[in-house]
Design a protein around this ligand. Structure first.
Ligand code: DX5
Ligand code: ZN
Length: 217
């Protein structure tokens, strides 16, 4: 599976969003973090903003829902034209229902687990989804330190995907940058979210993306 670099606009300047999006045209997707002040103690975008990002983005949207009640809201984000919508399994009693609703709305689907949530109960969903996101920090904020302790979950997902011959985006999110991306890749991740290691560096976002891509090979 080819390495994918998905910069997170959480680390971009929100009032210069269009310029930020243009600066990452060499990325594979743009990671859009949706937070609701309930599932996580932070607040970001609703579907209207995600729709405008979709309008001007040069790359597909990878929407990460950190919200309660995804069965109620996830489809609104799929309706923006987002390529993939990922929700947290901790936020719903019925992950399969959310997956089916997103599929019906025409989006690729992803499930995510927080660092403290085991992946075993959800491994059977690997054959249903396009992406599994293993959080490598507690969700809510950018700029935190990468947690190596969750890499066994990355390997468990990679092993299941290989066992059933499924091409899966195995994503890590949080603290991913030079120095940590290699460890995540070695554990089996192929899709890397990077916020602070793409935006706000000494080097340009395009150079940062190229550097991360090279380190993950
Ligand atoms: C955190 C978000 C991440 C965040 C990562 O809850 O899900 O996508 O933007 O930021 P960095 O790469 O700075 O850790
Ligand atoms: Zn995210």
């Amino acid at each position: 599976m080819q390495v994918r670099i998905n910069p997170s606009v959480l680390a971009a300047d929100f009032v210069n969003m269009e310029a930020a999006l243009q600066s990452i045209s060499s990325a594979d997707a743009v990671h859009v973090d949706v937070m609701d002040y309930h599932f996580v103690p932070n607040l970001t975008f609703g579907p209207q903003m995600v729709g405008r990002i979709q309008d001007v983005s040069p790359v597909p949207l990878d929407v990460h829902l950190m919200i309660d009640n995804p069965e109620r809201w996830a489809v609104d984000f799929a309706s923006t034209g987002a390529d993939c919508v990922t929700f947290h399994v901790e936020a719903t009693e019925d992950p399969l229902a959310v997956i089916e609703a997103l599929e019906k709305a025409g989006a690729k689907t992803g499930i995510s687990v927080k660092p403290g949530t085991p992946i075993e109960p959800y491994l059977d969903l690997v054959e249903r989804v396009d992406q599994v996101l293993i959080m490598t920090v507690e969700p809510g904020f950018g700029g935190q330190s990468f947690m190596d302790s969750v890499l066994d979950k990355v390997t468990a997902v990679a092993t299941r995907a290989a066992d059933i011959g499924r091409d899966l985006w195995i994503q890590v999110d949080g603290g991913v940058g030079p120095g940590t991306i290699q460890r995540a890749a070695r554990a089996g991740a192929n899709t890397f979210v990077a916020g602070s290691s793409v935006f706000g560096r000494e080097i340009s976002p395009a150079e940062a993306i190229a550097e991360l891509r090279a380190e993950a090979q």
